[in-house]
Design a protein around this ligand. Structure first.
Ligand code: COA
Ligand code: AMP
Length: 629
C-alpha cells in the first residue's frame, strides 16, 4: 500500500489502522479498541490496555534473544570517550536503578524530575521510571534554577535524579548548585535526590536528602516491569507557551509506544538492529521520542551524543560519528547544519569520512531553509527530509514517509500529513481556506495516538490554548498553507513562541523577567532573523522616568537577569533602550511590525496604530544595533 491508501485508511478507520499498529507492541492486556472518545473533545487511545514502556524498550529485545545487540552508544567528543551498552546490560542497569527508586518509596504514578546531560544514565533514569510506572519529567540542562523550581512546584516530584555536572565546550555546567538552588526556591520539596557523580566534577551531597547513584543501588533487589494502563502518563514534558508558566505536556503510555514504534519503520525506514542518531538532547521532545523511546522500542541502536556540530573538535564531528557507529539515519535541527556549513562551506571535511551507512537525514524543530537543505543534499548525497512536529504531538504531523513510499521532495515543505493527522488550513472564522491560501494550521480532532491528551494539572489551559479557537480542531499555533498536491508549508507561529537554534522559547516569559528589573517600566521581546540560529530574541526596554542609571548598564543587567532566571539556552543577548513602544489604539504592542522592521521586510502600516512616529524611533534603534542585517 502506498502513502495515499495508508493515510486514507488512518482517517476513515482509525480503530483498524491503530489496532494493527498496536500489534508491534507487547501488551500485558490487549486493548479492546484503539480510540476512546467518551470524553470528547478530550480523546484517549488504548485506555483499557495494559503494558510497560520499559519492557517494550528493553526487556522484550533481550527476551527475543537480542541481548548482545547494542542498545546505546554514548559518544562524547567533549570527554573523548565512547561507551557501548548492550540491551542485556541496559536491562541490568535499568532494573537495578528502578529497584533503588522503589526501595526509596517511588511508586506507580509518582513524579520524578530528571535533570541530566547527554549521558546514557539519563536514558536509564527515564526507563527506570517507566519500569515502575513513575512519571518522569526531564528538564533541559540549559535552564536555570528558577525554571527547574517552577517545574518542581508544578509536578511535585517525589524524587529528583540529577548528574553532578554537564559539559559544554569550555565550560562545566554545575548542575548540583543549580539543583540545590531550585529546591531551595520551590515550595514543594522532593523526598530525596539521586545524584550521578561524573568524574569531571563530584558534587557535595546533603546528608539525608541526596543519595549517590551507585551507592543507592548497592545490594538492591532489581525491579520487574509494572504493567500500567494504556492511558497512564509515561511522562510530562514542559514546553514554552505564551507566558512564563510552561505547559506540562502529558504523554500516555499506550499511544506513545504504538505511534513511535510505527514511525521507526514507516517514517524513518529503519529496521531493528540498525543505528539511529537523533543529535538533539534528552531535555527536548526529539530526545524523548528519538534518542530514547522510539529507537529502543523498535530494537535499534541509539546514539547518545555529548557534543556540538562544530567545535568538538571541528565541523567534521557529525561525519566521524556516522562512520564510527555506522549510522543509518541522522535526525537533527537545521541550525546544526547551518553551523557546519558556516565552518566548512565547501564540505571539505565531509569526504574525509566513510558515510556509506547513511541513508537519510531528517530535519525538524524549526524552519529548514532551502540553502541548508540543498547544501546537505549536495554534500551528503542522501534524501534530506524536512518534517514538522511539536512537543505536543510527540511525533511528526507532516513528513515524507520513507518506509511507506518515498514521495517527491519539495524544498521548503515538510511534505504531507502523517497518518492520523487530518491537517487543515483555517481562516480566522474557522473555515477551511482554498489550497495555496495562508491560514492557521489546525488538525481535526481526534489527534492520533502518542499526542497530548491534556496538560498536567491544567485541563482548562489545554482547552483554552488548543481547542477553543476552532471548535473540533487542535490549533497548532503555526500558520501556513497546503498546496494543490497536499504538501504543507509552515510559515510562522501565530503566538509569542520563537525558535532559537531549534530551541522553543517564549518571548512572553522573557518579557516577564525584563519587567521585573526595577528600572524597566515596559518592555517587548521579539524574535529577529538570524543566519545561524534561525531566530534570536531581542528586547526593547522603556525605562522608568527619572532612572539615574546608564542605559548600557541596564541592558547588561537585563541580559544577565534573563540568563539567571531562564538560563543560557534563552540566548538573550540583544537589547536596547527606547523611549516608547509602538502600540495599537487599544494598547496592544505591535510586535509583528517590529519584527518586520528588524528583518528589513516590507510591512503595511497597521490601521489601528496609535502613533506611527514610534515605528521610526524603533527603526533608528534597530539601525544602531546593525539591523536589518
Ligand atoms: N546545558 C547547559 N547549557 C547549555 C546547554 C545544556 N544542555 N545547551 C546549550 N547551552 C548553553 C550554551 O552553552 C550557550 O551558552 P553561552 O551563551 O554561554 O555560549 C547557550 O546555552 C545558548 O546555546 P545555543 O543557542 O545552542 O548556542 P551555541 O552557540 O552553544 O550552539 C549550535 C549553537 C548551533 C551549535 C547549537 O545550537 C546546536 O548544536 N544546535 C543543534 C540543534 C539542536 O540540538 N536542537 C534541539 C532540538 S532538535
Ligand atoms: P517544539 O515543541 O520545540 O518541537 O517546537 C515546535 C515548533 O517548532 C512548531 O510549532 C514550529 O513552529 C516549529 N517547527 C518544528 N518543526 C518545524 C519544521 N519542520 N518547519 C518549520 N517549523 C517547525
Amino acid at each position: 500500500m502506498g502513502y495515499q491508501d495508508e493515510y486514507a485508511r488512518s482517517i476513515s478507520d482509525p480503530n483498524g489502522f491503530w489496532m494493527e499498529a498496536a500489534e508491534g507492541i507487547d501488551w500485558v492486556k490487549t486493548p479492546s479498541k484503539a480510540l476512546f472518545e467518551e470524553n470528547a473533545p478530550l480523546y484517549e487511545w488504548f485506555a483499557d490496555g495494559e503494558l510497560n514502556a520499559c519492557w517494550n524498550a528493553v526487556d522484550r529485545h533481550v527476551e527475543a534473544g537480542h541481548g548482545e545487540r547494542l542498545a546505546i552508544i554514548h559518544d562524547s567528543p567533549i570527554t573523548g570517550t565512547t561507551h557501548k551498552i548492550t540491551y542485556a546490560e541496559l536491562q541490568t542497569r535499568v532494573s537495578s536503578l528502578a529497584g533503588a527508586l522503589r526501595a526509596k518509596g517511588v511508586e506507580k504514578g509518582d513524579r520524578v524530575i530528571i535533570y541530566m546531560p547527554m549521558v546514557p544514565e539519563a536514558l536509564e533514569a527515564m526507563l527506570a521510571c517507566a519500569r515502575i510506572g513513575a512519571v518522569h519529567s526531564v528538564v533541559f540542562g540549559g535552564f536555570a534554577a528558577n525554571e527547574l523550581a517552577v517545574r518542581i512546584d508544578d509536578c511535585k516530584p517525589k524524587c529528583i535524579i540529577a548528574a553532578s555536572c554537564g559539559l559544554e565546550p569550555g565550560r562545566v555546567v554545575h548542575y548540583k548548585p543549580l539543583l540545590d538552588g531550585a529546591i531551595e526556591m520551590a515550595d514543594h520539596k522532593p523526598d530525596f535526590t539521586l545524584i550521578f557523580q561524573r568524574e569531571q566534577e563530584v558534587a557535595q551531597l546533603i546528608e539525608g536528602r541526596d543519595f549517590d547513584w551507585h551507592a543507592a543501588q548497592y545490594g538492591i533487589e532489581p525491579a520487574e516491569c509494572v504493567p500500567v494502563e494504556g492511558n497512564h502518563p509515561a511522562y510530562i514534558l514542559y514546553t514554552s507557551g505564551t507566558t512564563g508558566q510552561p505547559k506540562g505536556v502529558i504523554r500516555h503510555t499506550g499511544g506513545h509506544m504504538v505511534a513511535l514504534n510505527w514511525t521507526m519503520r514507516n517514517l524513518y525506514d529503519m529496521n531493528p538492529g540498525e543505528v539511529f542518531w537523533a543529535a538533539s538532547d534528552v531535555g527536548w521532545v526529539v530526545g524523548h521520542s528519538y534518542i530514547c523511546y522510539g529507537p529502543l522500542t523498535f530494537g535499534c541502536t541509539t546514539v547518545v551524543f555529548e557534543g556540538k556540530p562544530v567545535g568538538t573538535p571541528d565541523a567534521g564531528t557529525f561525519w566521524r560519528v556516522i562512520e564510527d557507529h555506522k549510522v543509518k539515519c541522522l535526525f537533527t535541527a537545521p541550525t546544526a547544519f547551518r553551523a557546519i556549513k558556516r565552518e566548512d562551506p565547501t564540505g571539505e571535511l565531509v569526504d574525509n569520512y566513510d558515510r556509506s551507512s547513511l541513508e537519510s537525514l531528517f530535519l525538524a524543530g524549526e524552519r529548514a531553509d532551502p540553502d541548508t537543505i540543498e547544501w546537505a543534499q549536495d554534500k551528503l548525497g542522501v534524501p534530506v527530509i524536512d518534517h514538522w512536529w511539536q512537543t505536543e504531538t510527540g511525533w511528526a504531523i507532516a513528513g515524507n514517509p520513507l518506509g511507506i513510499e518515498k514521495l517527491p521532495v519539495k524544498i521548503g515543505s515538510p511534505s504531507v500529513a502523517m497518518p492520523g493527522y487530518d491537517v487543515q488550513i483555517l481562516d480566522e472564522g474557522g473555515h477551511p481556506v482554498a489550497n495555496g491560501e495562508l491560514g492557521a494550521i489546525a488538525v481535526k480532532l481526534p489527534l492520533p495516538p502518542g499526542t497530548l491528551p491534556t496538560l498536567w494539572n491544567a485541563e482548562a489551559r489545554y482547552r483554552s490554548s488548543y481547542l477553543q479557537q476552532f471548535p473540533g480542531y487542535y490549533e497548532t499555533g503555526d500558520a501556513g498553507m497546503i498546496d494543490e498536491d497536499g504538501y504543507l508549508y509552515i510559515m510562522a507561529r501565530t503566538d509569542d513562541v520563537i525558535n532559537v537554534a531549534g530551541h522553543r522559547l517564549s518571548t512572553g516569559a522573557m518579557e516577564e523577567v525584563l519587567a521585573s528589573h526595577p528600572d524597566v517600566a515596559e518592555c517587548a521581546v521579539i524574535g529577529v532573523a538570524d543566519a545561524l540560529k534561525g531566530q534570536m530574541p531581542m528586547g526593547f526596554l522603556c525605562l522608568n522616568a527619572g532612572t539615574q542609571k546608564a542605559s548600557e548598564d541596564i541592558v547588561a543587567e537585563c541580559v544577565k537577569l534573563v540568563r539567571e532566571k531562564i538560563g543560557p539556552v534563552a540566548a538573550f543577548k540583544l537589547a536596547t533602550v527606547v523611549q516608547r513602544l509602538p502600540k495599537t489604539r487599544s494598547g496592544k504592542i505591535l510586535r509583528g511590525t517590529m519584527v518586520k522592521i528588524a528583518d528589513g521586510e516590507e510591512f503595511k502600516m497597521p490601521a489601528t496604530i496609535d502613533d506611527p512616529v514610534i515605528l521610526d524611533e524603533i527603526g533608528d534603534a534597530l539601525k544602531e544595533m546593525g539591523y536589518p542585517r
